[in-house]
Every structure is written in structure tokens, then in C-alpha cells.
Design a protein around this ligand. Structure first.
Ligand code: HEC
Length: 309
């Protein structure tokens, strides 16, 4: 026992005195370990380098639907009153002009706002008599605001109320336009009739198209349910000869059933039934195989469909 201990001790002493040998013994294991670790790293590289959560990209394919809008009433206005440049109307117009219009038309109305440089044609210089397309009468400015000027930076401001549009027109005319031309009574009558000003206007509630479509579909839901039910009893039930015939004479079973559902008078007699199908073949979900049916086939399919529909 002592001998063995001595031998081991000697060996260890020998190894310690020769570090190169120790390294030689350990090196192959180190090499294998590092290789395995490296291998695992490469295998998992996908997980390590790839983000699990995709970065949110803006969806540029999405189409926006109509927004929900409450119905609103545009109150009728009194033309004889609103044609007068009352201070409160002008103040209202000035407010809107400063926030909405001055970026193009400039705070002095000279058509030199900060955005003007990039525009062609240039915004109107209200202080000059030159270049007006519609004109500077009340009714003409109203028209400009209502319809915009196509092919220019001057958009339609249709969404403003009639009162706001008159306010703007008064503000522009009293503040910037030298000796603005006056409207004749006819000008204002025409304006009134054109835009229904003294009648007011009801704007109905608007709901998104998608919601409207859902609404219409749900109204048809019961038909769809009935027919889906029939479809499931039809499928695979070919031991019933009527089902086999129906299968043969339809190109679109669902459409065929819907078209029969929609005109139930064929149930009165078999001839009516045959006419209903044959007259519109190819458009009603049936196909030209109907012309090959025997009298017996017609009897079978008639009785069958009359029962299920
Ligand atoms: C994005 C720039 C821009 C904004 C904002 C803008 N306009 Fe204009 N406006 C124009 C341009 C450009 C023209 C000239 C169009 C042309 O000559 O075809 C014009 C022309 C006009 C005219 C003259 C029409 C005529 O008869 O020739 C009036 C009046 C007018 N704008 C009023 C307004 C009012 C009021 C607002 C704010 C509610 C407004 N604009 C906002 C660019 C703008």
C-alpha cells in the first residue's frame, strides 16, 4: 500500500517538474471542449442573432375606410343679415385666416406666406386687383372656399360652416382688398340657391363601409344559415339518387340553392320548377346537364328540393 502511494507521489512529482507534459495531457480535452462549445454556438446563431419580435413596420397596404360621423344639421342662414360685414363675423374670419390661410396668403394677405415659395401658381395677393380667377365679391370668395381652385394649392374648405366662410370672405374684403366689388342681389340669390344656404342642410350619419357590409350580411344571415345546413346534408349523401342528380346538374351548389331560395314560386308545380332552372342555366348555379335529365330525374330532384328548401 505504501509502495503504491509512493509510486503515485513520484509520478505526480515528476509531472509537476515537467509542465509541458501536463499541458500535453490536458490539451486534447480542452480542444474537444472548445470545438463542441463553438459548434453549439454556431447551431444556435439564429436564436442569438435574430430578434424574436419583428420590428413594427407601418402597414402601407391598409386602406382606410370612411370614418364614423355623427349626423349634423347645418342651420339655415339669413343671407340678408350675413351679407353685412358685422364685427363678430369679421373677428371669426380673422381667427380662421390666421390659423389656416396665412401660411400661404401671408398675415398681410399679400400671398407671401412661408409656404408660398414652393407653390405654382402663387397664392393670391389680396391687396392687388390683378389675377383673381373667381373674383373678390362675397359670393365669389364663397365659391372659392366651397370648391377650391382646381390645379392649384388652393384646396376646398367645404367643411367650414357657411357662417365661417362668410366670416373669412368679410375679413379678406374689409382688411386686404382695396375697394372690393359689391355683390348684386342676383349674385347672392344665385349663391343661396347653389348651396342651399337659407334652407340649411341635413348631413346624415355616416358609418364605415365595412360596418355597413356586415350589417347587410347579417340581414341575410338566416338564408345563409339555412343553405349552409342543406349543403352539409348534401355532401357525401350520394346514396340518395336526388343528391347525386343535384351534384351532376350544378356548377355551384351554394349559388343554385340561393337562387331557388330567392324565388320560391317554383314550389307550386314541377313545370315551374323546371322552367326556373332551365331558363337561367349557367347564371343560377346550375349547368347544362339539366338538359339531359329524364322525367323521372326531374320528379326526384323536384320532390327532394321542395322538401329541403
Ligand atoms: C396651401 C396654400 C393655400 C392655403 C392654405 C390657402 N390658399 Fe387660398 N390660394 C392659394 C393659391 C395657390 C391660390 C391661387 C390659385 C390660382 O391662382 O389658381 C389661392 C387663391 C385664393 C383666393 C383667390 C381666388 C380667386 O378668385 O382667384 C382666395 C379668396 C383664397 N385663396 C382664400 C383662401 C382662404 C380664405 C384660405 C383659408 C381658409 C386659403 N385661401 C388658404 C393657396 C392657398
Amino acid at each position: 500500500m505504501l509502495k503504491l502511494n509512493n509510486i503515485i507521489k513520484n509520478k505526480i512529482d515528476k509531472l509537476i517538474s515537467e509542465p509541458g507534459k501536463v499541458f500535453g495531457l490536458v490539451y486534447p480535452y480542452m480542444f474537444i471542449l472548445v470545438t463542441i462549445l463553438g459548434f453549439l454556438y454556431v447551431i444556435n446563431l439564429n436564436y442569438i442573432s435574430r430578434q424574436n419580435v419583428d420590428p413594427p413596420l407601418p402597414d402601407t397596404t391598409a386602406q382606410s375606410d370612411l370614418p364614423v360621423m355623427q349626423s349634423k344639421t347645418i342651420p339655415p342662414i339669413d343671407i340678408t343679415k350675413i351679407r353685412e360685414p358685422a364685427p363678430d363675423l369679421i373677428a371669426k374670419g380673422k381667427n380662421i385666416f390666421t390659423t389656416v390661410c396665412s401660411s400661404c396668403h401671408g398675415t398681410e394677405g399679400k400671398g407671401d406666406g412661408p409656404t408660398a415659395a414652393s407653390l405654382n401658381p402663387k397664392p393670391r395677393n389680396f391687396t392687388s386687383k390683378e389675377g383673381w380667377k373667381n373674383g373678390s365679391k362675397l359670393s365669389q370668395i364663397y365659391k372659392t372656399l366651397q370648391d377650391g381652385i382646381p390645379g392649384s394649392g388652393m384646396a376646398s374648405y367645404e367643411y367650414l360652416t357657411p357662417e365661417e366662410k362668410f366670416g373669412l370672405a368679410h375679413y379678406i374684403r374689409t382688411t386686404f382688398v382695396p375697394n372690393p366689388s359689391q355683390d348684386s342681389p342676383d349674385d347672392l340669390t344665385v349663391l343661396d340657391q347653389l348651396y342651399n344656404l337659407s334652407k340649411g342642410k341635413e348631413i346624415p350619419t355616416q358609418i364605415p363601409v365595412a360596418a355597413a357590409a356586415k350589417f347587410v350580411i347579417s340581414e341575410n344571415d338566416s338564408t345563409v344559415q339555412v343553405i349552409t345546413g342543406i349543403m352539409s346534408t348534401l355532401s357525401g349523401n350520394y346514396s340518395n339518387p336526388a343528391v347525386a342528380i343535384f351534384d351532376k346538374i350544378t356548377q355551384n351548389k351554394f349559388q343554385a340553392l340561393v337562387s331557388l331560395e330567392r324565388s320560391l314560386d317554383w314550389k307550386e308545380n314541377e313545370q315551374l320548377f323546371i322552367n326556373t332552372i332551365v331558363d337561367n342555366v349557367n347564371q343560377n348555379g346550375f349547368n347544362r346537364q339539366v338538359f339531359n335529365l329524364t322525367d323521372n330525374d326531374w320528379d326526384l330532384i323536384y320532390v327532394y328540393l321542395k322538401n329541403v328548401l
